[in-house]
Design a protein around this ligand. Structure first.
Ligand code: T4K
Length: 371
């Protein structure tokens, strides 16, 4: 058996020759960043693809979170999920907010609206929810809580590029949604991100903030930052947006093979589809190693690594278990999130996976199940 490392993901890369003409355009224009033609074009194309009226492309998803919070003037306590990448909470702290953790729903794996409501205090100003693995939050439930208490609702949609609901685009939910276009994401621009919103004035504010707060040459209207997407990133995005549907379809086929192979295994729980989702993006393939499986999660993780299969425990540890967040409000009682973090394993899933790679993962996990 090959022991060439098989990573949890690999970035989709088009043939280099396809990128060359775009590079020539950048060279000819001599415009490398600060609102160039490709950044503007990518915003227009993403608005179409995502069915999102306002899109601001940015340097990365973390800055997108920070700018969304700043543009919406969020301060004070923000209720958020511990079951995410650490950037979600870090962005709150960088923005001067206090993270308050609430538990997740065992089916969606996203913030449970009832737990959010129970965590509200007079200091609560916003909810920062994550569509983890691209699985939509209970957007109606969270919006109802936000409306009842006059809170902002921001979605960290870093994993949710291209996810479609029966009712339309997932990006329409909340006051704003942020995307990550990091190399490990379904749609990527090496590094990159975006904020998606409905309000034109909010987009104008974000665009001001991403360029130091400049309005024209001589006026600075706000404490902005440098969060611009450069032309190399944007041109790459324009190129690969054309093949994103093929990337998602390739992932869907692999996910279907995994499901068929793993469904019969005792103690290995697969996620069920959520009602109302018209299209998933298959950004991740999490499985949960529960009682009944002959190995615990960490033993399986190690065993796969020994065979060159680099699965990842997204998201273990919980954000609330990192030293700096251990004492944050809510961190001490998150039973559902903890159970997920202790049992999850994300298996390799990316469009360019070869049949033999998929078979290798299936064989390794199936062999472990027979231990
Ligand atoms: N919110 C959420 C919910 C997020 O998940 C993230 C990022 C953010 C916000 C922040 O967005 P950004 O500011 O990053 O745009 C990775 C990514 O760095 C991070 O973007 C992502 N979430 C997180 C879930 O995963 P690591 O530390 O696990 O990445 P790394 O370098 O170990 O990469 C994983 C595997 O991917 C490697 O083993 C090999 C493969 N890989 C990776 C890179 C970077 C490649 O084959 N090529 C590559 O260029 O964090």
């Amino acid at each position: 058996m090959s022991d060439k490392p098989l990573y949890v993901t690999e970035p989709a890369l088009p043939p280099l020759e396809q990128f060359e003409p775009l590079l020539r355009e950048i060279w000819a224009s001599r415009r490398l960043t600060n609102g160039g033609a490709f950044a503007t074009r990518l915003e227009t194309e993403l608005a179409g693809y995502l069915e999102a009226p306002q899109v601001s492309v940015l340097a990365n998803g973390t800055l997108a979170l920070m700018l969304a919070l700043k543009a919406l003037e969020v301060e004070g306590e923000v209720i958020t999920t511990p079951y995410s990448f650490v950037a979600t909470t870090h962005a709150l702290v960088w923005s001067g907010c206090t993270p308050v953790f609430a538990d997740i729903d065992p089916v969606s794996l996203n913030l449970d609206p009832a737990a959010v409501e129970a965590a509200i205090t007079p200091r609560t100003r916003a909810i920062l929810a994550v569509h983890v693995y691209g699985r939509p939050c209970d957007t109606a439930g969270l919006q109802a809580v936000a409306d009842r208490h006059g809170l902002r609702l921001i979605y960290d949609a870093a994993h949710a590029f291209g996810v479609q609901l029966d009712s339309g685009s997932l990006m329409a939910a909340g006051d704003a949604a942020i995307l990550s276009f990091h190399a490990t994401k379904v749609f990527h621009t090496f590094e990159g991100g975006a904020i998606v919103c409905r309000d034109e004035a909010l987009k104008a504010r974000i665009d001001l903030l991403r360029n130091f707060g400049f309005k024209g040459e001589t006026r600075v209207l706000a404490t902005g930052i440098n969060a611009k997407m450069n032309e190399l990133q944007a041109a790459f995005g324009c190129l690969t947006l054309g093949s994103i549907d093929a990337e998602i379809a390739a992932r869907a086929a692999i996910a279907a093979r995994y499901r068929a192979a793993f469904a019969p295994l005792t103690g290995l729980r697969l996620l069920s589809g959520l009602p109302g989702v018209a299209r998933h993006n298959h950004g991740y393939y999490p499985v949960f190693i529960e009682a009944g499986f002959p190995l615990d999660r960490d033993t399986l993780y190690t065993r796969l690594r020994e065979q060159g299969i680099i699965a990842r425990r997204y998201f273990y540890p919980l954000i609330s278990d990192f030293d700096m967040y251990r004492d944050a409000p809510g961190a001490d009682h998150l039973p559902v999130a903890r159970r997920m973090a202790d049992t999850v394993l994300c298996l390799p899933l990316f469009g360019a996976m070869e049949d033999a790679d998929v078979a290798r993962v299936i064989d390794a996990v199936s062999a472990a199940a027979r231990t």
